[in-house]
Write a protein that binds this ligand. Structure first.
Ligand SMILES: Nc1ncnc2c1ncn2[C@@H]1O[C@H](COP(=O)(O)OP(=O)(O)O)[C@@H](O)[C@H]1O
Ligand SMILES: [Mg+2]
Length: 234
């Protein structure tokens, strides 16, 4: 079943159009990745799905509802979680407070969800009183994911989760994304680390200058000579 269906989407910032006719879909439980050069509009796709850009045309259907024009807090309610690349934790708040903020739209903090997040990322339980801003980049990234998971999203959008991580932590990050997906959450991932993302995902899109260039399974994209040369460094 299709969970997210973006069709012919035009969007940008102010009067500046960035996305031109972008199509993208994610099925229930699927793991989809978007790769492409810097400035291609990958982050803009995610921001658009989350209601943070200027909508200029097309449609964004999530769980059978047209959500373009919804505010981010309403989009969260429909089951979309989003971890932006930057500024994705509140640095002066503790780990616990950050996680509680993840559930701010609920009347009370769901204790079982909190336990699930702590089980998934034990370091967050150990450090629950620590101020988020004093943790390492990898730990902050886990906190940002944990915060998004507090509402049990059906789709989790992750924008460059491995950016800025020490190389030995990158694999660990990818493993954690695999686990989240294996537990049934659909994942939409944007990654600099394109080869690894394509190895791990079910399906991938190559976005160039705000337009779809390729859409194939991850393995097919990895095997495509042109894609390798143009977008994966040979
Ligand atoms: N807030 C913004 N205002 C104006 N232009 C922006 C803004 N954010 C991004 N852009 C522009 O949109 C284009 C696509 O950016 P982005 O979606 O961040 O690309 P990617 O994530 O693929 O690197 C770039 O030309 C960028 O300069
Ligand atoms: Mg980006």
């Amino acid at each position: 079943m299709v969970l997210l269906e973006v069709s012919d989407l035009d969007a940008g910032y102010g009067d500046l159009q960035i996305l031109e006719g972008v199509d993208l879909d994610v099925a229930d439980g699927e793991y989809v990745t978007i790769v492409g050069p810097n400035g291609a509009g990958k982050s803009t796709v995610m921001k658009s799905i989350f209601g943070l850009t200027e909508y200029m045309g097309g449609s964004i259907v999530f769980d059978s509802r047209e959500i373009h024009g919804y505010r981010p807090e309403d989009i969260i309610q429909t089951g979309v979680g989003y971890v932006p690349q930057n500024d994705n934790v509140f640095p002066s708040l503790s780990v616990m407070e950050n996680l509680e903020m993840g559930a701010y739209i609920l009347d009370e903090v769901p204790e079982d969800r909190l336990e699930d997040v702590f089980d998934r990322f034990p370091i967050l339980r150990e450090r629950k009183e620590q101020k988020a801003g004093t943790m390492s980049g990898g730990q902050q990234q886990m906190l940002a994911m944990g915060r998004a998971l507090m509402l049990e999203p059906e789709l989790l959008m992750l924008d460059e989760p491995s950016a800025g991580l020490a190389p030995d932590l990158v694999d660990d990050m990818f493993d954690r994304i695999d686990e989240i997906n294996a537990d049934g959450t659909a994942v939409l991932l944007v990654e600099q680390n394109a080869k690894e993302a394509l190895r791990r995902c079910d399906r991938g899109y190559v976005l160039v200058q705000g337009q779809n260039r390729y859409e194939e399974s991850g393995d097919e994209l990895l095997a495509d000579e042109q894609v390798r040369q143009d977008f994966l460094g040979g």
